[in-house]
Ligand binder design. Structure first.
Ligand code: XMP
Ligand code: MG
Length: 184
């Protein structure tokens, strides 16, 4: 898909496909350096992190395993509920593992801080976070994030894994939608 496919549904392109990929190249270099000689377990948070997981994992030279978790804090709306449920848990035993959580976006940080303490309680050797996007102005809790793709304004964004009502995840770029899309 490209911006033209969205017609008047698209408001702005915030990050182009090229910007996303260039940044992932840089982050992959950092991860390879930081985890040299270690075996890493990438934990992707469904469904939003599918794109960044696929694109990041393929850039790494470090041997990795990939596992997935699904948690819910949002439903199909656009506001954080602060309530986190595990919809799908990991298949992997985390004891002694170097875990790198791969996220699409950190908004309030509530989901992630919950996830961090949950995974830390399972006896891993380490837990770090990589996120493609972060909204610093929306932070409600401070979370230590090792790898950040881009800090973005506190606006609802779609694309590159992120949805509105399950649509737009397959946009290769990150953008905002016109107000009429939200049925305003
Ligand atoms: P919190 O607030 O807990 O939220 O950090 C993290 C999760 O909320 C979703 N989220 C978004 N999804 N556009 C989206 O499509 C956004 O702008 C947005 N902000 C937060 C997302 O699932 C993320 O993992
Ligand atoms: Mg998500």
């Amino acid at each position: 898909m490209d911006p033209a496919d969205l017609g008047d549904q698209l408001q702005d392109v915030l990050l182009t496909e090229e910007q996303l990929h260039t940044r992932l190249d840089e982050i992959a270099v950092e991860i390879d350096r930081d985890y040299a000689g270690k075996d890493v377990l990438l934990v992707g948070v469904l469904k939003g992190a599918v794109m960044v997981m696929a694109d990041l994992a393929r850039r790494l030279h470090t041997p990795v395993a990939m596992d997935w978790m699904a948690v819910s804090s949002y439903g199909s709306g656009t506001k954080s509920s602060g309530v986190v449920r595990i919809l799908k848990d990991l298949d992997t035993d985390l004891s002694g593992r170097h875990v790198l959580i791969v996220e699409d976006i950190i908004d309030s940080g509530l989901t992630l801080s919950w996830l961090l303490s949950n995974l830390r309680s399972r006896g891993p050797a380490s837990v770090e976070i990589a996120t493609m996007l972060r909204k610093p102005d929306a932070a409600k809790v401070q979370v230590d994030v090792r790898y950040v793709g881009f800090d973005i304004p506190n606006e609802f964004v779609v694309g590159y894994g992120l949805d509105y009502a399950e649509r737009y995840r397959n946009l290769p770029f990150v953008g905002t939608l016109a107000p009429h899309v939200y049925g305003g």
